[in-house]
Design a protein around this ligand. Structure first.
Ligand SMILES: *[C@@H]1O[C@H](CO)[C@@H](O)[C@H](O)[C@H]1NC(C)=O
Ligand SMILES: *[C@@H]1O[C@H](CO)[C@@H](O)[C@H](O)[C@H]1NC(C)=O
Ligand SMILES: *[C@@H]1O[C@H](CO)[C@@H](O)[C@H](O)[C@H]1NC(C)=O
Ligand SMILES: *[C@@H]1O[C@H](CO)[C@@H](O)[C@H](O)[C@H]1NC(C)=O
Ligand SMILES: *[C@@H]1O[C@H](CO)[C@@H](O)[C@H](O)[C@H]1NC(C)=O
Ligand SMILES: *[C@@H]1O[C@H](CO)[C@@H](O)[C@H](O)[C@H]1NC(C)=O
Ligand SMILES: *[C@@H]1O[C@H](CO)[C@@H](O)[C@H](O)[C@H]1NC(C)=O
Length: 252
């Protein structure tokens, strides 16, 4: 009888750490950087997730000064007032058909993407505050051929304030970010890592993770912590129980 009773907490003590390990593993698996194409990505509304491109800009001396790895999707809404209808177009940027260029100045870096035989041109302007050594995305502009429209669509906003980072570090966001540019145009960015300033030897500096990713990481950490606590309690209970039953044998 006593054997059977003590066997039960033991199996629980093994099962719980296993459960805990599995939960932790799952938690980290969801935030681990996908190495290949996003075949395991969560179902996504609208078109497919865009493929991740690796874009570089070289400075006047030929060394790489800006790095941007990201999947891009453009969301264009045009109100055709005269025809009383609006046209919506969500298009992915295909990195295979995209050429990157740009320029780097001490406090201003430009990434220019020309895609699909110049039917879509997109540019990102990053600015560096040389006092605080912090950078951000300050300007986005686009011109794109849109089906059903005779003129190319164009939009520009020079007072944006996205993608904050510190000089020498890269900005990273695994989650999808929807960067609103104008009322009719936004850029959806996926699996982004960018560094517009202070790139050394063609490599990203230490990554600064976006808030979206940190929020996503919080849940597995809380669940993991709670499970770890539970395991500890069960183990303690088991150890105390075993001590007591041993003591019981001796007194009998
Ligand atoms: C190239 O220019 C950048 C600034 O634009 C500078 O930081 C870097 O040291 C230069 N590299 C070489 C090899 O001169
Ligand atoms: C595109 O923009 C419209 C209007 O802002 C929004 O309702 C829609 O959810 C967006 N779609 C995607 C895929 O970003
Ligand atoms: C435009 O659309 C609105 C609502 O969809 C409708 O009330 C209005 O009559 C339309 N105007 C014209 C000129 O078709
Ligand atoms: C881009 O090229 C790669 C390798 O050639 C290919 O696997 C991939 O499917 C292409 N992507 C698109 C969107 O065409
Ligand atoms: C994109 O840029 C190229 C070269 O800068 C230009 O020839 C082309 O007309 C532009 N495309 C659009 C849609 O503005
Ligand atoms: C740069 O940063 C400093 C210190 O945070 C701030 O006082 C200043 O207004 C910033 N300059 C610009 C152009 O934003
Ligand atoms: C540009 O972006 C700012 C900040 O997001 C926004 O307040 C402003 O309305 C935008 N300008 C235009 C022309 O859409």
């Amino acid at each position: 009888m006593t054997r059977l009773a003590s066997a039960r907490p033991w199996s629980l003590g093994v099962a719980l750490p296993l459960l805990f390990a599995a939960a932790l593993h799952q938690g980290f698996a969801t935030v681990a950087p996908p190495t290949t194409a996003q075949t395991t990505a969560a179902p996504h509304k609208g078109p497919e997730r865009p493929e991740r491109g690796q874009y570089h800009v070289s400075g006047s001396n030929g060394t790489v000064c800006l790095l941007a790895y990201m999947g891009l999707q453009l969301n264009i809404t045009v109100n055709l007032g005269s025809q009383n209808k609006s046209v919506q177009d969500v298009m992915n940027i295909n990195p295979n058909l995209t050429k990157s260029s740009g320029s780097c100045e001490p406090d201003r870096a430009v990434l220019q993407l020309n895609t699909d035989s110049d039917r879509t041109n997109l540019s990102f302007v990053f600015v560096l505050n040389t006092t605080s050594n912090k950078y951000h995305l300050g300007e986005v502009s686009v011109t794109a051929a849109v089906p059903d429209m005779t003129e190319p669509f164009s939009a520009r906003n020079v007072s944006l304030d996205y993608l904050h980072g510190n000089l020498g570090h890269s900005y990273m966001c695994r989650q999808e970010q929807r960067l609103a540019v104008t009322s009719g145009f936004s850029v959806n960015a996926f699996q982004m890592q960018v560094q517009p300033f202070g790139v050394v030897e063609n490599q990203f500096g230490a990554a600064e993770e976006c808030q979206l990713d940190e929020d996503d990481m919080l849940i597995p950490i809380i669940v993991g912590g709670a499970l770890a606590g539970l395991v500890l309690v069960v183990l303690l209970a088991y150890l105390i129980g075993r001590k007591r039953s041993h003591a019981g044998y001796q007194t009998i």
